[in-house]
Design a protein. Structure first.
Length: 127
C-alpha cells in the first residue's frame, strides 16, 4: 500500500513538473533576446522535449503500477530504471541550468532526485 502511494506520488509530481517545464516555453525563448529563428526552434524543441520526457516517465511508472502492481518484477525494473534516468537528469541539470539565477532551474535537480527516491523506495518496499 505504501509502495503504491510512493510510486503514484512520484508519478504525479514528475508529470506536473514536466507540464510546468513546457508551459513557459515562449517566455523562456524570448528571454534569450534576439536570436536566429533556427536557434529559437532548437531551444523550443529541447525545452519541450525535456518536459515531455518527464511526463512520459511519470505516466509510464503510473501505468505500470496500475496495470502490473508494484511487486511485479517488470514494474520494479521500470521504477528503478526511471529513477536512474531521473538521477542522470538531476546531475546534468545541477551542472548546467541550476547554475543560472533562475529559481525553477535551481529547484529542478531537487524535484528530479525526490521523485527518483520515491520510485526507488517504492520499488524496494513493494517487494
Amino acid at each position: 500500500m505504501i509502495a503504491d502511494v510512493l510510486i503514484y506520488a512520484g508519478s504525479l509530481i514528475i508529470i506536473l513538473w514536466g507540464a510546468a517545464h513546457i508551459a513557459p516555453v515562449k517566455s523562456v525563448v524570448a528571454g534569450f533576446g534576439p536570436i536566429s529563428e533556427d536557434n529559437r526552434r532548437l531551444i523550443t524543441m529541447e525545452w519541450v522535449a525535456e518536459g515531455l520526457t518527464l511526463m512520459f516517465i511519470g505516466a509510464l511508472a503510473a501505468l505500470v503500477a496500475f496495470s502490473g502492481g508494484v511487486e511485479n518484477p517488470v514494474s520494479i525494473i521500470v521504477f528503478r530504471s526511471s529513477a536512474a534516468i531521473l538521477i542522470v537528469f538531476a546531475v546534468w541539470t545541477s551542472l548546467t541550468g541550476a547554475k543560472t539565477p533562475i529559481l525553477p532551474m535551481k529547484i529542478c535537480p531537487i524535484v528530479k532526485t525526490t521523485v527518483a527516491l520515491l520510485f526507488l523506495i517504492g520499488s524496494f518496499i513493494g517487494i
